[in-house]
Ligand binder design. Sequence first.
Ligand SMILES: [Zn+2]
Length: 238
Amino acid sequence: MGSEPRKGKVSALILHYTASPLPAALDVLQGHKEAHRVGVHYIVTDEIRPRVIQLVPESKSAFHAGKSGWSNLEGMNQHSIGIEIINLDGNVHPYSAAQTEVLFTLCADIIRRHQINPTEVLGHSDIAVGRKVDPGILFPWAKLASLGVGAWPLRDEVAQYLQAPVKIKPDDVRKLLAAYGYRIEPGEAGLKSAIEAFQRHFRPTKVDGIADHETIATIEALVRRYRPQTLRALKIKP
Ligand SMILES: [Zn+2]
């Protein structure tokens, strides 16, 4: 229930918040409600001493991502390990230091065992653009990246781009986000949703879907660090 045989290799780690307290989350994720058909590999609790509860073996694909995509990967359930973190709303309620520490240890172990790239440690909101907002703007992406889990732009490079005038054209924002991995629907609304998803993860202080100078500088620095060939292809000088 909530899982199926895995057909391929694990190449991504997807993080969520439950939007419900532990008992309710367990009820749904353990598949007691047949209609839901949801599942996830791990839950990280929000107790004073947070625990990791495993619900699905990593060798199976769990139903946590829904319709989703990233880079050249389609339908992320088959390609990922999923972690649900107990938090009612990660856009409102901070993740505790204790919870972050337990989560870090779990993520680091999964990443090491499956050789997952930093750019493939993602939020549900990154892989289901316009549909999901978890794990939310208060998720400690920067903290985890500083410990070696997930991607983050170099601060100096963001500052460098911020000092210079914006060189890239609006259409290049779409190309850079797509090159980094985001799935972008056509049209302005599609781009706005993708910018919002990007901001939620990498510039959480302001999520408005507008490609302001800081947002563009952050995208450029991130792409420069992890997908440098893209900058060259777009003729954007690093
Ligand atoms: Zn989710």
